[in-house]
Design a protein around this ligand. Structure first.
Ligand SMILES: Cc1cc2nc3c(=O)[nH]c(=O)nc-3n(C[C@H](O)[C@H](O)[C@H](O)COP(=O)(O)OP(=O)(O)OC[C@H]3O[C@@H](n4cnc5c(N)ncnc54)[C@H](O)[C@@H]3O)c2cc1C
Length: 73
């Protein structure tokens, strides 16, 4: 018998519900006040729902964070 943890979904990924547009994902990815940055497959307009989309979103969010970090070098 397989025992399932009721609090663990065993993975998931987003999909485009009716009415979703590329802008929906762009909105989801939008940083808050240049201080809070979002990554994850759901924020990727072209490759959502995939591991490479998640990877690409991480690079994008990291670049945003670096560009918004004002540190004297
Ligand atoms: C069954 C299945 C098969 C798949 N097969 C493929 C495939 O063949 N090829 C492919 O490209 N993609 C596949 N995918 C999709 C791919 O796995 C996902 O798109 C990718 O893992 C998403 O990465 P992510 O970093 O956005 O999110 P996730 O990998 O879901 O990472 C989110 C992390 O946040 C953690 N977290 C959640 N809430 C909190 C919280 N409150 N506090 C702290 N941490 C939290 C979670 O534990 C998780 O570790 C598959 C997905 C599933 C479910």
């Amino acid at each position: 018998m397989v025992r399932l943890n009721p609090y663990f979904a065993f993975g998931s990924y987003s999909f485009n519900a009716v009415g979703t547009t590329p802008k929906s994902r762009k909105d989801l990815a939008e940083a808050v006040q240049g201080k809070l940055f979002f990554a994850g497959e759901a924020t990727e307009a072209a490759y959502f729902g995939t591991a490479h989309g998640a990877f690409m979103s991480g690079i994008r969010a990291a670049k945003e964070a670096i560009l918004n970090t004002h540190v004297d070098k």
